[in-house]
Write a protein that binds this ligand. Structure first.
Ligand SMILES: [Fe+2]
Ligand SMILES: [Fe+2]
Length: 195
C-alpha cells in the first residue's frame, strides 16, 4: 500500500534584517546584564566577579566587535550610502563608534583587571566605565534600530540585500546563535542569567 509522507517545507534562509535584529536583541540582553551591576558595584555591595565579567566581555569582543560591526560597515552602511544621503550623518557617527569601540572596551577590561586586589577606588572606576560603556552601546543600538534599519528597508532593493544577506548569514554568534549549545554558550547564558 502506498502512503503519502508529508515533509515540512524547507525553511527559507534568514534575511540580514532578521539576523541583525536577533544580534541586536542578544547584545541588548548582554548590556542589560552588565548594567545591573553598576549600582551594586558603586555602592560597594558586591565585588566584581571577574570570571562572569570576563565571559560577558569576551562575548562582546569576539562577536560584536569582530563580526557584527565590521559587517555593518562593509556591507549594510556602504550600500545604504549609495542609495540615499539621508543616512549620511548617522552612519558617520555610527562608524566612528565602531572604530572607537575596541579602545573603549579595552579600557573597561583593564579597569576590571585592576579591581583584582584593588580597593574601593578601583571598583568605582570600573563601575563608572561600565555605566558609560553600556549607555553608549545602548544609544548605538537605538540609532541603528530606529534610524538606519528603517532607511535600509525603504531604500535598499532586493538585489542590494543579496550580498548583505550572505554576509550576515556567515556570522556565527558563538553564544546565542548557532553555536549556543557549545560550552561557551552555556557559560554565557549562565553569566547573563546570574546578572
Ligand atoms: Fe553597529
Ligand atoms: Fe548593529
Amino acid at each position: 500500500m502506498h502512503r503519502n509522507h508529508s515533509y515540512p517545507a524547507p525553511r527559507p534562509p534568514p534575511s540580514a534584517l532578521a539576523i541583525i535584529d536577533g544580534e541586536h536583541r542578544s547584545l541588548e540582553a548582554v548590556l542589560r546584564a552588565l548594567r545591573r551591576y553598576v549600582g551594586p558595584l558603586r555602592h560597594h555591595r558586591v565585588k566584581p566577579d571577574c570570571e562572569v565579567f570576563a565571559t560577558i566581555l569576551s562575548y562582546i569582543e569576539t562577536f560584536a566587535d569582530r563580526f557584527h560591526h565590521p559587517k555593518e560597515d562593509e556591507f549594510l552602511f556602504r550600500v545604504l550610502r549609495e542609495r540615499t544621503r539621508d543616512a549620511d550623518r548617522v552612519l558617520l557617527a555610527l562608524q566612528h563608534e565602531h572604530a572607537a569601540g575596541p579602545a573603549e572596551f579595552n579600557a573597561l577590561k583593564r579597569a576590571l583587571l585592576r579591581t583584582r586586589g584593588g580597593g574601593d577606588w578601583e571598583v568605582e572606576e570600573f563601575a563608572f566605565l561600565l555605566e558609560q560603556y553600556t549607555a553608549s552601546q545602548g544609544d548605538h543600538l537605538r540609532n541603528e534600530d530606529g534610524i538606519v534599519m528603517p532607511l535600509a528597508r525603504r531604500f535598499l532593493t532586493p538585489r542590494d540585500w543579496e550580498p548583505i544577506d550572505l554576509a550576515f548569514r556567515a556570522n556565527r554568534d558563538p553564544f546565542f546563535g548557532i553555536g549556543a549549545s557549545g560550552p561557551m554558550g552555556s557559560l554565557m547564558k549562565c553569566a547573563v542569567a546570574m546578572a
